[in-house]
Design a protein around this ligand. Structure first.
Ligand SMILES: [Zn+2]
Length: 476
C-alpha cells in the first residue's frame, strides 16, 4: 500500500472485544475457532481450517449497489471438526458442505459459523459453499468502511481488510490459497481481477469474466474492478503477460497520462526481476480507477492506483509482488517486511536511473531527521508498531532507511544476495522479521544484532559504520 498523502487516522471505531466461543476448552473440542493468530485483529482468520482454494462467483448490480455471491471454499481440517467459521459481513442466504445443506449462525457481524452436516476428521479436505447477498457499502468492520464504488465503477481494494465485503474467507495473510474469481456485471462493463484472464461469457445483458491465480494469494490481495475500462495486454521484454486497465471516465488528459504511466509496468517488472530474481507470478499489470482513492494497493499481479499514479508508486506496488504478495507477513506486526522493502525499492530504482545513490539518499535522510529524536519516525518500534500504526510513515521511511543502512554495513553485493535469497527461500510463503534478521547474518557472516536493535527498535541510531552510516548527526 502507498498513501498519496499523510495518513489520516481512519480507525475511529474499534470493535469492542468480543466474547467469542474460543476458550481453550472449545479449541480442543471439534468446534473451529472464530479467531486467528493475529494479536492486532484477533477475529481475522479462523482456527481449525486451512483454506486451499476459493471459487468466488459474484454478481454486482451498479444501480442498487447489491452484490450477490456464491463462493466455494475448499478447506483442509487441521483438527477434528463439527463446525467451522468464515469471515464475511454480508448476509448468508444458504450453505452447503460437500453438497449437503448446512446450517449457519452468526457469532458476530464478522463471523459466520457453519455447522457441518457430518463431522470431519483432521486432515480431511472438504468444501463449504455459501450463497450471500447484500449491499457491501452498508457494512463496516474494525472501524473500516471499505467498499469503493459509485454507480458506474467498483474496485475492491484495501488493506488489511477487504475480503469480508465480497467473499467468505479465512481473512488473514497467514492462510493463503489459490483463487478462481468470476464476476458478472452488465455486458458493457469490463472486469479486471488477479492472475490470468480465462475468458468472458455473455448471457443476455450480463457478462461473466473469469480470472484465475495459480499461486497462493492472501485474501486482502484478491480484488476485482468493474467499469468502463480501456484494456491493454501484451508481453514484457522478459515475456511476462501484462493486463492494464484505465478508466474511460477520466478526463482525456488524465486518461492519456494514466495510460502512459501504466505502460511502464512491463519495463519496471523486468527491472525488478533483474534485481530481485524471478518475478513470482505468471502475469503483471495494473488498474487506474476514476474512483476517489487516496492510496494505491499491491493486489496480486494487478495493483490498483488513483488517477494521480506516478512512477515511484508503480515501482512500490510492483516491488510488493515480491515483498508482501509472494513473501507474505505471518502477522501484521511484521509489516516492515512489506512497506519498508517496497519503499526501499523506490530508492533503489531511482538510484539506478537519475536519482541519488542509495548511500547519499540515506545520508540526506539521516542528516535531515536525526536531531528530531522524539519524532514518530524514530520512536516507533518497527518490530511491533501496533495495529493503528502499521501504515505509519515511519514503517515506510525509516523502514527503507534500514535497508539502505544495511547496504552500507554489509555492502551492495551482500545486500542484493540477501534480498534475492529471501524472496527465493520464501516464495509463496509467510515470514516474520526475526527470520530476515537471521538470514542477513547468515548471508553476510556478521553479527547484526546491534545493527537491527539500533534501527528497528526505536531511537536514533548513532552515525557509526556499524550502523551503516558515514558520520555523526550534524549540529543544527
Ligand atoms: Zn506499500
Amino acid at each position: 500500500m502507498r498513501w498519496r498523502t499523510v495518513l489520516v487516522v481512519i480507525l475511529l471505531l474499534l470493535v469492542p472485544a468480543l466474547s467469542g466461543p474460543s476458550t481453550a476448552a472449545e479449541r480442543q473440542s471439534t468446534v473451529g475457532s472464530p479467531k486467528g493468530i493475529d494479536s492486532y485483529w484477533p477475529h481475522d482468520g479462523n482456527g481449525g481450517t486451512d483454506a486451499q482454494h476459493y471459487n468466488v462467483n459474484v454478481d454486482y448490480d451498479f444501480a442498487s449497489g447489491t452484490l450477490t455471491g456464491r463462493t466455494v471454499v475448499t478447506m483442509r481440517a487441521t483438527q477434528d471438526l463439527t463446525s467451522v467459521y468464515l469471515d464475511l459481513l454480508l448476509p448468508v442466504t444458504s450453505a452447503k458442505v460437500d453438497g449437503r445443506v448446512a446450517r449457519t449462525t452468526r457469532s458476530t457481524d464478522h463471523e459466520v459459523r457453519v455447522t457441518l452436516p457430518r463431522a470431519v476428521a483432521s486432515g480431511t479436505i472438504f468444501r463449504v459453499e455459501l450463497t450471500y447477498r447484500g449491499q457491501p457499502a452498508r457494512y463496516d468492520y474494525a472501524g473500516e468502511a471499505n467498499w469503493l464504488a459509485d454507480g458506474q465503477e467498483v474496485v475492491t481494494m484495501n488493506q488489511p481488510h477487504m475480503a469480508p465485503w465480497w467473499f467468505p474467507s479465512n481473512d488473514h495473510p497467514s492462510d493463503k490459497a489459490r483463487f478462481d474469481i468470476r464476476v458478472t456485471v452488465a455486458r458493457n462493463k469490463l472486469v479486471a481481477s488477479n492472475g490470468r484472464y480465462l475468458g468472458r461469457v455473455v448471457k443476455g445483458t450480463r457478462a461473466t469474466t473469469h480470472w484465475q491465480t495459480k499461486d497462493p494469494m492472501a485474501t486482502y490481495l484478491a480484488f476485482f474492478a468493474a467499469g468502463d475500462f480501456a484494456r491493454e495486454t501484451g508481453l514484457s521484454g522478459h515475456g511476462i503477460r501484462y493486463y492494464n486497465f484505465v478508466s474511460k471516465r477520466l478526463g482525456s488528459a488524465d486518461r492519456l497520462r494514466a495510460t502512459q504511466m501504466l505502460r511502464r509496468t512491463a519495463n519496471m517488472t523486468d527491472w525488478l526481476e533483474n534485481w530481485l530474481g524471478d518475478y513470482p507470478f505468471a502475469t503483471t499489470g495494473g488498474v487506474v480507477t476514476k474512483l476517489p482513492v487516496g492510496f494505491a494497493l499491491e493486489n496480486q499481479t494487478r495493483p490498483t492506483y488513483g488517477s494521480w499514479i506516478y512512477p515511484g508508486v508503480i515501482v512500490h506496488e510492483l516491488a510488493h509482488q515480491w515483498f508482501g504478495d509472494s513473501v507474505s507477513v505471518r502477522r501484521w506486526r511484521d509489516i516492515w517486511l512489506n512497506e519498508g522493502f517496497a519503499t526501499f525499492a523506490e530508492v533503489a530504482y531511482d538510484a539506478a536511473r537519475t536519482g541519488p545513490s542509495v548511500k547519499s539518499w540515506l545520508k540526506r535522510q539521516y542528516d535531515d531527521s536525526c536531531r528530531f529524536a522524539s519524532s514518530p519516525l524514530w520512536t516507533l518500534d518497527l518490530r511491533n508498531p501496533g495495529r493503528d500504526d502499521i501504515f505509519d510513515s515511519a514503517v515506510y521511511d525509516r523502514g527503507a532507511m534500514v535497508l539502505a543502512a544495511l547496504q552500507g554495513r554489509i555492502g551492495v553485493a551482500d545486500l542484493n544476495e540477501l534480498l534475492r535469497t529471501w524472496v527465493a527461500d520464501h516464495h509463496d510463503g509467510n515470514v516474520a522479521i526475526a527470520q530476515f534478521e537471521a538470514l542477513a547474518e547468515t548471508v553476510s557472516g556478521e553479527d547484526l544484532d546491534a545493527f537491527f536493535d539500533a534501527w528497528l527498535g526505536g531511537g536514533v541510531p548513532s552515525g557509526t559504520a556499524g550502523n551503516g552510516l558515514t558520520g555523526a548527526c550534524p549540529p543544527a
